[in-house]
Write a protein that binds this ligand. Sequence first.
Ligand SMILES: Cc1cc2nc3c(=O)[nH]c(=O)nc-3n(C[C@H](O)[C@H](O)[C@H](O)COP(=O)(O)O)c2cc1C
Length: 183
Amino acid sequence: MAIDALLSRRTVRQYTGDPIPKDQLKSIEKAVLHSPTARNQQGCSYVFVTNKAKLDQITAACLNAFEPAQREYFETRPEGEGTRNKITGDAPLVVFVHTNERASPPFDKVDAGVAVCSVCVAASEFGLSTMIIGAYKAAEGEWERIIDIPPKSFVIAVAVGKAIADPVLREKGPSLAKVTFIE
Ligand SMILES: Cc1cc2nc3c(=O)[nH]c(=O)nc-3n(C[C@H](O)[C@H](O)[C@H](O)COP(=O)(O)O)c2cc1C
């Protein structure tokens, strides 16, 4: 059930790297294309990257753009232990959601967030874990060169894959956000 998927979801940063079967990829693609968008403007496009060399290139561009302390953080964080690609955690798929020529503020970034959520929920249907990746923002100037995303797009990525057994999960702590019911 969707509620179970939402309540059991955690960010996973260590993946087996096993490729995702084609039919599952297709379902995730359908789910993301079905996402609602403000005024049905469909101001986001999606790049599904399963090419390991490309993912390594993007990660390298990002690590190079980081400040030294941020780079060290990603290279040594315990949640990434045993992984080769320190940003994707060796996920076999990273979906890049980016604004396109139809995007119009202020809701274009909301549309991107909704699309990311569609990817996460669809992935859970197949027992796949996810990690939203905002860190790739550091590679901003490199999108066009590496994966043909137009310059100046807003980009948010989500890694998808089979988690390793007992991945290191970050302490979540109590909810700081509040919900108010007005009845
Ligand atoms: C917009 C956004 C960007 C994020 N960027 C990253 C990231 O670059 N790297 C990372 O490891 N986790 C990233 N996360 C995951 C958060 O760190 C994670 O959701 C948070 O710590 C709560 O943990 P949970 O997802 O396990 O509940 C991001 C999450 C969101 C929503």
